[in-house]
Design a protein. Sequence first.
Length: 138
Amino acid sequence: MTGTYRACIASLWIAIGVTALLGAGLILAPRDTIAFLALVRMAGPATLDGYTDFMHGVLGATLIGWTTMFAGLLRGPIRAGEPWAIRLGIASTLVWFVPDTLRSAQLGQFENVALNVVSVVFFLVPLLYLARVASRPA
């Protein structure tokens, strides 16, 4: 494995960890997590009603579920350079990114658009590199 290959794997682990922590924060401490995101201009005001609080819990659980699956792929087939697993990681990232970002932009939630762009870079850039490496003949 090259240094770039290892850096891509490490970058994906960091992206998974940060995303999982955000998910856990939205479940365990939604008000504090939203307040932190508001502080760094990635969310609106830190006021939550019961339904919004519930939906942040659902979002957090979804993020943790997605990152758990992604970590399993990264630990095995992505790290091993399996093209199908890398394509699945790319597809999963795009299936989240495109509708979430378009809907966020439509609703004027440009902080979320910015957060999505940063997040997709941390997932997609290493995956695209790994896909390129995996597609080379052995």
